[in-house]
Ligand binder design. Structure first.
Ligand SMILES: Cc1ncc(COP(=O)(O)O)c(C=O)c1O
Length: 401
């Protein structure tokens, strides 16, 4: 189909939650490159929003999926599923957690974490149920995770929000005073990604951890975007001095095949049969995909590449900050980097895409997010910086600064 035809059908039939999308439709991909319906090339520096971490059409990943599709895709949780067991075992071996629950998305993984927290205290005969989250956070689009998301714009059209969530400023004293005898957990992202690539400071996270320990409340770390190597370690919390009770994963875990996971310590794994579940969660295909992702990350030393390419990309972007007055800040961890501008970047992100570089905006609209596949190489970064520089130059000169 031609792009105009796709746009016209989309406008007619798709619920308009995404507004005017960038007028490009992709047809195939290879590594860090995507090709549109006219066979034009684009450098993918957004990876389907931190999802396609191994790049597109990774040969080993494709072979594993083909093999699995030919054997079995889904059987239901009425029966044991070997891949699911193997993935749960693997995730527990490479983390400090003991138990895993699989679902299909980040929001569902957080929903499972929220339900687990309530269930855990209910089973203890305690009436703790409230969860403290941070203002500017993003935890998903279900009603509970929207209430957890500390951004009014996502909550307003759906009020009243479910009870039991307190969105508090990222200030340790404010968090301390928000805790009461009903508080069950604190839930945070270590890098607020949708919130504008804001990296939480180690000291602040340590203090949150201390507050949790002192008050007998649980710490949930939402690693939906930061996990699976994106920030330069398999899990981002490894770069902090805390061990959370629960973490959630999705995005990069399946490299594009939908899967979410909630990992927890055995002491808090209180769900009993029938209390939670998912039809598709952890099916043969999704868990095979995630097993292969973890295998490739190890085999190809991908975390080292994230560290090296992450600092290279950040360095190049910092050099541009010296050149352009409209660049306010460059920040991030590993290959999750934000460039903050002094103006809204929506038009610029579109122009970047039409010039062959895919990024996205975040953080209230002033931040360009760079989240390339974790296999990215120097030559991709150099090309991306060339395109970025040319486009930023035009905006800087237009006096948008
Ligand atoms: C930190 C974080 N949590 C949760 C979500 C929701 O994930 P999903 O869109 O897969 O439901 C996102 C999505 O961007 C996210 O970045």
């Amino acid at each position: 189909m031609k792009i105009d035809e796709i746009i016209s059908y989309d406008k007619q039939h798709y619920v308009n939650v995404f507004g005017d999308r960038i007028p490009i439709a992709f047809e195939k991909g290879e590594g860090c490159i995507l090709y549109d319906t006219e066979n034009r090339e684009y450098l993918d520096f957004i990876s389907g929003i931190s999802v396609c971490n191994l790049g597109h059409s990774h040969p080993k990943f494709v072979a594993a999926l083909k093999d699995q599709i030919e054997k079995l895709i889904h059987t239901s949780s009425l029966f044991y599923i070997e891949n699911q067991t193997l993935l749960a075992k693997k995730l527990c071996e490479i983390s400090p957690f003991d138990k895993v629950f699989f679902c299909n998305s980040g929001a569902e993984a957080n929903e499972a974490a929220i339900k687990l927290v309530r269930n855990y205290f209910y089973k203890k005969g305690s009436n703790r149920y409230k969860i403290i989250t941070l203002i500017n956070s993003f935890h998903g689009r279900t009603l509970a995770t929207t209430a957890a998301t500390g951004q009014k714009k996502y909550q307003k059209p759906f009020e009243p929000m479910p009870e039991g969530f307190l969105n508090v400023e990222a200030d340790i004293e404010k968090i301390r005073s928000a805790i009461d005898d009903k508080t069950a957990a604190i839930m945070i992202e270590l890098v607020q990604a949708e919130g504008g690539i804001k990296v939480l400071e180690k000291k602040f996270v340590n203090e949150i951890y201390k507050l949790c320990k002192e008050n007998g409340i649980l710490l949930i770390i939402d690693e939906v975007q930061t996990g699976i190597g994106r920030c330069g370690s398999l899990f981002c919390f490894e770069q902090y001095e805390v061990i959370p009770d629960i973490i959630t994963l999705a995005k990069g875990l399946g490299n594009g095949i939908p899967i979410g996971a909630m990992l927890c310590k055995k002491e808090v794994a209180s769900f009993e049969p029938g209390e939670h579940g998912s039809t598709f969660g952890g099916n043969f295909l999704a868990t095979r995909a995630a097993l292969e992702v973890l295998k490739i990350i190890e085999e190809e030393n991908i975390i080292d590449n994230v560290k090296n390419m992450g600092s290279y990309l950040k360095q190049k972007l910092l050099e541009l900050k010296e050149l352009f007055k409209s660049i306010v800040d460059v920040r991030g961890l590993g290959l999750l980097i934000g460039v903050e501008f002094s103006f809204p970047v929506k038009d610029m992100v579109k122009e970047l895409a039409l010039s062959g570089l895919l990024t996205s905006s975040c953080g209230g609209g002033n931040v360009v997010r760079f989240a390339p596949p974790l296999i990215v190489q120097k030559e991709h970064i150099d090309k991306a910086i060339e395109i970025f520089k040319e486009v930023v130059k035009r905006y800087d000169n237009m006096g948008r600064a």
